[in-house]
Design a protein around this ligand. Structure first.
Ligand code: PLP
Length: 218
């Protein structure tokens, strides 16, 4: 059961907590099990929606969503790339194969892209050493009015006492500044707990659905 008014209220709370950032609302995994299309309709005031896979973005677009839709896992083959570009989905590029796919296909018009950087989560993304070259290659492979954004993920933002978050920011923010790229860092925990991690775009998920992102708190 989900109260759509509460969902909208929580989106407003996310905005209020990060007033200088745009909000990319996470609706991946069938909107955390609550129903992708009805949740997306309720969150139409978001600046973008974030899904994991191209198929979810296709579903949203084909149901009439006109918001920006960011595919967090990006594309894995030419067919997905065609489906994504045909529906103007934003793509996250987190590994060399995905960069090569864009370089080979060179879709026109180019999709809006984000480069995922591993600032310490050690799950997905280009490491800090290769990120500058990868960013330049991506900007070249997907030229457009908007330069690619930079995305990273905080490993331990849900523990407000853990110094690792500041360490990740100290690694990531100078890179973003050097590249002059828009940045997106924070999930719900980063948004609510770490103002210095708000960046240009926040990516709340859990908090929209009424769950606390923090360890040991409700
Ligand atoms: C799921 C997800 C989010 C949202 O995280 P919450 O902890 O649910 O707020 C943000 N960014 C990425 C990349 C995600 O996969």
């Amino acid at each position: 059961v989900i109260d759509l008014d509460a969902l909208r209220h929580n989106l407003a709370r996310a905005r209020a907590a990060a007033p200088y950032s745009r909000v990319m609302a996470a609706v991946k995994a069938n909107a955390y099990g609550h129903g992708l299309l009805r949740v997306a309709a309720a969150l139409r005031d978001a600046d973008a929606l974030a899904v994991a896979r191209v198929g979810e973005g296709v579903q949203l677009r084909d149901a009439g969503s006109r918001l920006r839709i960011v595919v967090l896992e990006g594309c894995f083959d030419e067919q997905e790339l065609a489906e994504a570009t045909g529906r103007e989905l934003d793509l996250v590029v987190h590994q060399p194969d995905q960069l090569r796919l864009l370089q080979r296909v060179r879709p026109a018009p180019a999709p809006r892209c984000w480069l995922k950087v591993d600032s310490g989560m050690h799950r997905l993304g280009f490491d800090l050493e290769s990120a500058v070259d990868a960013y330049r290659a991506l900007a070249e492979a997907a030229p457009g009015a908007q330069r690619p954004g930079l995305i990273t993920h905080l490993a331990n933002a849900d523990d407000l006492a853990d110094p690792y978050t500041r360490h990740q920011l100290a690694c990531f923010l100078p890179l973003a500044q050097r590249l002059g790229a828009a940045v997106s860092i924070s999930n719900s925990a980063g948004l609510l707990g770490w103002a210095e991690a708000h960046g240009d775009w926040v990516r709340p998920g859990l908090m929209l659905y009424g769950a606390s992102p923090f360890v040991g708190r409700r």
